[in-house]
Design a protein around this ligand. Sequence first.
Ligand SMILES: Nc1ncnc2c1ncn2[C@@H]1O[C@H](COP(=O)(O)OP(=O)(O)OP(=O)(O)O)[C@@H](O)[C@H]1O
Ligand SMILES: [Mg+2]
Length: 250
Amino acid sequence: MLEVKDLCKTFRIGFFRKRVEAVRGVSFSVGKGEIFGLLGPNGAGKTTTIKTLMGLIAPTSGTFRIMGEDGANTAVRRHIGYLPENPYFHEYLTPRELLDFYGRLSGLSRAEIAERRDALIEQVGLADAAKRPLRKFSKGMLQRIGLAQALIARPKLLVLDEPMSGLDPIGRKLVADLIADLNKGGTTILFSSHILSDVERLCHRVVILNKGVVAAEGRIEDLMHGEAGTETLEALFMRKALESDGAAAS
Ligand SMILES: Nc1ncnc2c1ncn2[C@@H]1O[C@H](COP(=O)(O)OP(=O)(O)OP(=O)(O)O)[C@@H](O)[C@H]1O
Ligand SMILES: [Mg+2]
C-alpha cells in the first residue's frame, strides 16, 4: 500500500539558512489492510514524514510509492483520506457545508455526498452541531469534523496525523473505535501519535521515530516481548529515545 525508502527532509531556516534535519533516512512499508503506527516524541519527524507522503512538502532525497505508483503521481491521492495535524477549515461553513465542499473536491456526485454526509456527521458525534458554523466549534469538535472530512470519499488509505490529540476520553474512544471499524471494512490506516497506549491498542505494526531516524520497527507483539523478553513498548520507546540521545551527544 505504501513503501517509503530512505526518506530525508532537511529544512533551511533563518537568515543563515541553518540546516534542520527533520527526517534522516526513514524507510518503512505499510501493507494492505494494516493499521500502522508512526510513533515518536515531539519533534521526531512524524508530521514531516506524513506531509512528504501527502505531497505537501518535497523530500530532500528518498522515494516512496503509494499503491504501487510513484509518490509524485497525484492521481493516486484520490484514494487517500488525510487528517492534518492542525486542520484549518473555512470557519463560516457548517459541518454539512464543509463535507459538501470536500465531497465535491473529491469528485463525488451530489447524490453520493447527500447519502454519506449526515451519516458521517453522526458517526463522529457531531449530530447536535450539524448546523452550527465551525467558528463556534471547540478544538475536539474540529478534530472530529476533520476526521469526517478525511472519510468523505471512502479512502482506501487513511492517513491521520495525531487523530486523538485534543480529544476528551469519549472522543479518544470514538476515534479508536472508528479506526478499528474502518479497518475491519478493509481500509488501510497510517496514524501518528506520541501516546503509546493508543498505538499499542490499535496498531498491527509500528515504526518508532526519534530525531528523524527509525529507532525501532515491527509488530507490536514482537516489540513488546522481543529483545528483553518482557520489555514493554513503553520501556523500549524510552530506552531507544535515550540511546539515540546518548549517540547524538557523543
Ligand atoms: N517548516 C519547517 N521549517 C523548519 N523546521 C521544521 C519545519 N517543520 C518541521 N520542522 C522541524 O523538523 C523537526 C520535526 O518536526 P515534526 O513536526 O515533523 O515532528 P513531529 O514528530 O510531528 O512532532 P510533534 O509530536 O510535536 O507533532 C523539528 O525539529 C521541527 O522543528
Ligand atoms: Mg507532528
